[in-house]
Design a protein around this ligand. Structure first.
Ligand SMILES: *Cc1c(COP(=O)(O)O)cnc(C)c1O
Length: 397
């Protein structure tokens, strides 16, 4: 998935535009910036690509999630439903606001199980946050129906599935709000960066203010602006936005190559008895950044993962024992290890995560292997890789 593989002259040119004016900040200095507004330009292009009315660029995917929640009014004590399989940013962004993460099981989509979501709703629930992990999506139709039924927000974390779609809509644009990351290992990168998209003007206004200390961004004298709300600094710099502009222009080419490479790998292992694939919800189109499959048992999956790496098939992940992406590895969250005192709302209401039954998630995660799809491979390299994968898996099963 990494956009850093295609970094080149286009990115250098965009960054140079900024370096030549020396205005590294996205706001102000109108007379000196030679009409260069990289962040603004990115926001317009990204909103259009994502079929959304509004885009707010920020400093990371994690801050995008926090800004999205804050802009929709989620705050202390509100419950946000999130999956057991995700990146740590999910609970970090929720807890940042004093809101309470409620972890629920995933299913064979490797994302939120709608039944588990519905069972976890309480009077304090404000938001459902599906995370489209490893290139494919949650059952957004089912989740949207639940949100409409219980009057909840639907916030899509599309950080790992940019360019995929559901029901003809770009991932991130189906819910009330969508979040993206442009960190260094994502499908397109700004070095560091993130974005929030939505169709609601009020969320855009709030996001715009919240990510820049509450600035109202009226007029062209920053010092004279007023602050309708408390905010924070989650701004992106012009340099990062410039890199992103060049990368965004490459997104559709990256997706096309990923799809091709994914197809070759999938075909090579698809008729091996015992190999099954992650379920993609009906009408969903992956972004093909990972090939995700199940083996019959946790034991065979662990063996296969080890054998794949030994055979030189790098970029294969066994998330079940990973420190960053599954509840099993989040000892710091389970035991609420924070540097300072936790908000009482979180301490009082968070699940006892050391004693919650996540066996349904374990059932899928313990059997899952995800193989990264790169864009820089030659066709011959992909064929060789696919062949190796096939041999290794046949040997285990
Ligand atoms: C990368 C990622 C994030 C956070 O993005 P950063 O830009 O690294 O802060 C959030 N959610 C998911 C699913 C991610 O993969």
């Amino acid at each position: 998935m990494p956009g850093f593989e295609v970094f080149g002259d286009e990115e250098r040119k965009q960054v140079n535009d900024v370096l030549e004016t020396g205005i590294l900040m996205r706001y102000g200095f109108d007379g000196m910036r030679n009409n260069q507004w990289k962040a603004k330009e990115f926001e317009e292009a990204f909103a259009e690509r994502m079929h959304s009315n509004h885009c707010q660029l920020v400093s990371s995917g994690t801050s995008a999630l926090t800004v999205a929640l804050a802009s929709a009014g989620v705050g202390a004590g509100d419950e946000v439903i999130m999956p057991t399989f995700t990146f740590v940013a999910s609970f970090e962004s929720i807890m940042m606001l004093g809101a309470v993460p409620v972890l629920v099981d995933i299913d064979d989509t490797l994302t939120l199980d709608p039944h588990a979501v519905e069972a976890a709703i309480t009077p304090r629930t404000r938001c459902i946050m599906p995370v489209h992990m490893c290139g494919s999506m949650a059952d957004l139709k089912a989740l949207k129906a639940i949100c409409e039924n219980y009057n909840l927000l639907l916030l899509e974390d599309a950080c790992q599935a940019i360019g995929g779609s559901f029901d003809g809509k770009p991932l991130g644009s189906y819910g009330d709000l969508g979040c993206f990351s442009f960190d260094f290992v994502k499908t397109i990168t700004c070095g560091e960066g993130g974005a929030v998209i939505s169709n609601f003007e009020q969320y855009k206004i709030h996001a715009d203010q919240y990510q820049d200390h509450g600035h109202d961004h009226e007029g062209n004298d920053r010092g004279a602006e007023t602050h309708p709300t408390l905010g924070y600094n989650f701004r992106i710099s012009e340099l990062n936005a410039a890199v992103g502009l060049a990368q965004l222009a490459k997104l559709d080419d990256i997706l096309a190559v990923q799809e091709k490479h994914y197809g070759i790998m999938r075909k090579a292992i698809s008729d091996i008895p015992g190999v099954t694939f992650r379920r993609v919800p009906e009408t969903g189109v992956e972004n093909y950044s990972f090939l995700n499959f199940f083996l019959p048992t946790g034991e065979t999956a662990q063996k296969a993962h080890k054998a794949l790496l030994e055979a030189g098939v790098d970029g294969c992940f066994y998330w079940y024992t990973n420190n960053w992406h599954y509840i099993n590895g989040w000892e710091h969250l389970r035991n609420l290890k924070s540097l300072g005192r936790m908000p009482s709302e979180i301490k009082e209401h968070i699940q006892d995560l050391n004693n919650t039954d996540f066996s349904k998630s374990d059932h899928w995660m313990s059997r899952t292997i995800s193989c990264l799809v790169k864009v820089g491979w030659t066709e011959e390299e992909v064929e060789q890789r696919a062949d190796k994968m096939r041999k290794v898996l046949e040997g285990i099963l």
